[in-house]
Write a protein that binds this ligand. Structure first.
Ligand SMILES: [Zn+2]
Length: 265
């Protein structure tokens, strides 16, 4: 969940050269989304969220979700998007697919990895989110705190003493704060800790035990950089394939989560 800032810088340096000439206008092919099946009493909603991009790995996340025609949410970091043309191109690819993807606010600096210091200065932290909101051109009011799973919507209220002052400021300014129910963790090398099968089991089990913040709605936290190699991104594709096999599961964007202030806008 928490990554040292050097990892970001390292990752940005490692962003591979773009294969496309950015001066040539691209033809954007919009994926067709299959109509969603009707909602029944057994329907369960899953919100896949990718944090900390744009980074190396973001491209694979986009490709896999496009190929599988599934909806997903990208909680982006302003500083990473401002990191250069390759980062901006990734950001633009997400924006170009609004039927499937939404970009949400994950701060400008990601606290520079110094979480306690960041949350001990709630006015500065609030301004950091505002800066990200503008620099990322975000059109919704959904925020995720760096390194912290706090929740604040019209119905959900959950925050530790450390982050409560900034959550209160965000609340007053009309923002929702979204945490997560299940995390696909990563090791020191930034590779997925659990197998695709294990992650799908964790999701099934969390629903079965009613351990989600909102009944029948489950938010999954992942990080873009976990899927930067072909071996690890294949795990993401496998995990999504397993979820799609369950006819009761519907994958949605976080803007569709129930109880958001002002409907998430
Ligand atoms: Zn993060």
């Amino acid at each position: 969940m928490i990554i040292a800032p050097f990892f970001y810088i390292f990752s940005l340096i490692l962003l591979p050269p773009s294969k496309n000439n950015t001066n040539v206008p691209k033809v954007i092919v919009q994926p067709t989304i299959a109509p969603e099946p009707p909602v029944t009493k057994d329907t369960k909603f899953i919100y896949l969220t990718f944090d900390d991009g744009p980074l190396i790995g973001t491209s694979n996340c986009i490709d896999i979700c496009l190929n599988q025609k599934i909806q997903a949410t990208f909680f982006e970091v302003g500083l990473h998007q401002a990191g250069g043309p390759k980062a901006k191109a990734l950001y633009n690819r997400i924006l170009q697919n609004p039927d499937l993807f939404v970009i949400t606010n994950h701060s400008y600096t990601h606290a520079n990895g110094k979480y306690k210091d960041f949350y001990h200065h709630p006015d500065a932290a609030f301004l950091d989110f505002e800066k990200a909101q503008h620099s990322l051109n975000i059109t919704n009011n959904i925020i995720r705190l760096p390194g912290n799973s706090a929740w604040n919507t019209t119905v959900l209220k959950k925050s530790s003493g450390l982050v409560k002052p900034v959550v209160q400021r965000l609340d007053s300014a009309g923002y929702n704060v979204m945490g997560w129910d299940v995390e696909w963790g990563f090791n020191k090398q930034g590779k997925p800790l659990e197998s695709a099968e294990k992650l799908a089991q964790m999701i099934d089990s969390t629903f079965a035990h009613n351990h989600t913040m909102t009944k029948s709605h489950l938010v999954v936290l992942m990080h873009d950089h976990m899927f930067r190699t072909s071996v690890d991104s294949a795990k993401l594709a496998t995990m999504i394939g397993l979820l799609k096999k369950n006819p009761n599961y519907q994958l949605r964007k976080i803007t569709q989560y129930p109880g958001l202030k002002n409907g998430g806008r």
